[in-house]
Design a protein around this ligand. Structure first.
Ligand code: ATP
Ligand code: HSE
Length: 322
């Protein structure tokens, strides 16, 4: 479920009068997604997505996200910018929440991407990285490398309730990664930072939309590819690696944005980092979401298991991965 805030028909009809988008015909809550409240809104002119931002998206970050979407859309990339009202404003308030009316993009998000789709996603990510070369804004990564150790400590020994020994193993893996993390001073730019298959809309093998930029930030460019690689190339348990899909993602990326030798050699470290980031954020959610909440908790161990592929030597030192 992802409708946390109810929007009345009266409030929505009044909200739409600020824009030049026609009149309200229908509005339906969208079940997918876990972070924000999303509605599919139809007017006499078009379809739109109405998003009300819930607790994880800080209102102060919205101008960055919207500027990034405008920048990418202006360069012809398939991302959904916010619709401007008659006074040029994109960010609004509705039912007490920050809210944006967003361009609707066709397509469906995939559960099991194939090789051609992974290649297309890699190409699109590389094109995005090319397009942000002149994007002027910065946003530190609130879920970046420096945040992982504090997040581990906030989860604490409760992690052992997810798997006995997990706290110690995560601590060990983080210490190991800290020895080599970004020693090379890799190139940075605005990155998506959450390019999972459910954030890419496709029709057949063609990409029609890249959505959900609410973790976007300035960080290591290659880390974005590593996140996508970890998200796209495994089954949902994290046990089975699909090498063909993983390679296609990297090949597609390299067509848009060739990787340097240094980047090739750093890739596995960044992928281990991506595994730790999603293990930790999922573990935090796992430990802090009431069992009876309507939101489905995502399995933290599914990302932890991926470490076996990206750093088999490290994995042999981790009893929880035995
Ligand atoms: N611009 C768009 N055009 C078409 N559909 C969209 C658009 N934005 C969102 N959607 C639909 O709404 C769903 C939820 O959107 P989104 O993934 O942004 O939500 P979220 O709550 O931020 O989710 P997440 O849990 O992935 O962080 C998507 O799966 C997609 O079906
Ligand atoms: N993509 C993240 C959720 C945050 O959007 C995950 O699957 O853990």
């Amino acid at each position: 479920m992802a409708v946390y805030t109810h929007v009345s028909a009266e409030a929505l009809a009044e909200f739409l009068t600020r824009f030049d988008v026609g009149e309200l015909v229908s509005a339906k809550g969208i079940a997918e997604g876990v972070e924000n409240s999303n509605y599919l809104v139809e007017t006499t002119q078009d379809r739109f997505i109405l998003t009300l931002y819930e607790k994880r998206v800080a209102a102060d970050d919205l101008p960055y996200f919207m500027a990034l979407l405008d920048h990418l859309a202006a360069k012809g990339l398939p991302v959904p910018p916010a619709i401007k009202d008659r006074e040029g404003r994109e960010i609004h308030e509705l039912e007490g929440r920050p809210a944006c009316l967003i361009k609707f993009l066709p397509g469906v998000s995939l559960s099991h991407p194939n090789v051609a789709q992974a290649r297309a996603a890699g190409e699109a990510l590389g094109a995005m990285h090319q397009a942000v070369a002149d994007f002027p804004l910065d946003r530190p990564n609130s879920m970046g490398f420096e945040s992982w150790k504090p997040l581990l400590e906030r989860c604490g020994e409760s992690l052992d309730g997810i798997a006995p020994g997990l706290y110690r193993d995560l601590d060990f893996a983080l210490g190991d990664l800290a020895e080599t993390w970004d020693r090379q001073g890799l190139a940075r730019c605005a990155i998506h930072a959450d390019l999972f298959p459910d954030n890419v809309l496709m029709l057949g093998d063609a990409i029609t939309g890249v959505i959900d930029f609410y973790f976007a930030c300035t960080d290591i460019r290659l880390y974005d590819l590593a996140v996508a690689h970890a998200a796209w190339s495994f089954d949902t348990t994290g046990e089975h690696y699909d090498e063909a899909v993983g390679n296609a993602l990297i090949e597609g990326y390299s067509q848009s944005f060739p990787l340097s030798e240094v980047e090739h050699s750093a890739f596995h470290d960044l992928a281990v980092g991506a595994c730790l980031r999603f293990t930790l954020s999922r573990a935090w959610d796992w430990l802090n979401t009431p069992a009876d909440a309507l939101v489905t908790r995502k399995d933290p161990l599914a990302f932890w298991r991926r470490v076996k592929v990206y750093d088999p030597d490290l994995a042999t030192l981790l009893p929880t991965l035995a």
